[in-house]
Design a protein around this ligand. Structure first.
Ligand code: DC
Length: 224
């Protein structure tokens, strides 16, 4: 197998980003955080006064921002119209509005196209993390992983990342966002039939990384 495409999906707080970046770095692959792209377009909508609850307004503006993702796992970057968006896309305001923007079909069509182009041009291969990568964006990926974890473990991890944020409130916000992401009409958060499900609740990050690296290596050996 000359190039390898790995899709890693699952809800937030399952260790998706840390795992995807580490697996890509270990295997010398590119890395794409598709959640960052949905956050970037959401940030642009907010900054440009578009009402994110007005799906028509979001759809009409969707093609305006130019979103560019840097795919080095050691230093992933994202810019919107040339401006660094790495910080602004992680604010609570963006987090609370990203599900509404990413549910708009025109937004998904544009971002999906961008993701496919990036994956096709990634020399050697790529690890792409998101919610619908195995089901919709890259249904022919060489390996599909679906990460899960208990709501308690996910909230505890997210609160740790955000430092000092209340765990119960984080858990409520995560559950709300998952429900929105899983119930939207266009390519919801879902496990592909041929994805390997890994429950990370009782695993360390290193164990999850090891597990995914082994699965990729097995695929590569089988394809020889
Ligand atoms: O992974 P994240 O929390 O940064 O993702 C932010 C949001 O983007 C998430 O709530 C749903 C949306 N998203 C999506 O709809 N499809 C993807 N492939 C990735 C993220």
């Amino acid at each position: 197998m000359e190039t390898v495409i790995v899709a890693i999906d699952g809800p937030s707080g399952t260790g998706k980003s840390s795992t995807s970046k580490a697996v890509a770095a270990k295997l010398g692959l590119s890395y794409l955080d598709t959640g960052a792209q949905y956050r970037a377009i959401t940030w642009w909508m907010i900054s440009n006064g578009v009402d994110v609850d007005d799906a028509d307004a979001v759809a009409n503006a969707a093609a305006k921002p130019v979103i560019v993702s840097g795919t080095d796992p050691a230093r992933p970057t994202i810019t919107v119209d040339g401006a660094d968006a790495g910080g602004p896309i992680r604010t609570e305001e963006v987090t609370s509005k990203v599900s509404a923007v990413s549910a708009v079909p025109e937004v998904r069509a544009l971002i999906t196209e961008l993701q496919r182009t990036i994956a096709k041009n990634a020399e050697g291969g790529i690890v792409v993390e998101g919610r619908d990568i195995g089901t919709t964006v890259l249904p022919d990926a060489d390996l599909k992983i679906f990460l899960t974890a208990s709501p308690e473990a996910r909230a505890a991890r997210r609160s740790g990342e955000l430092k000092g944020v209340d765990v119960a409130a984080t858990q409520q916000a995560l559950i709300k966002r998952d429900a929105a992401d899983s119930s939207r009409k266009t390519s919801p958060l879902a496990k592909a039939d041929d994805a390997v499900e890994v429950d990370t609740t009782d695993l360390t990050l290193d164990q999850v990384i090891e597990c995914v690296v082994t699965l990729v290596e097995e695929k590569r050996t089988a394809a020889k």
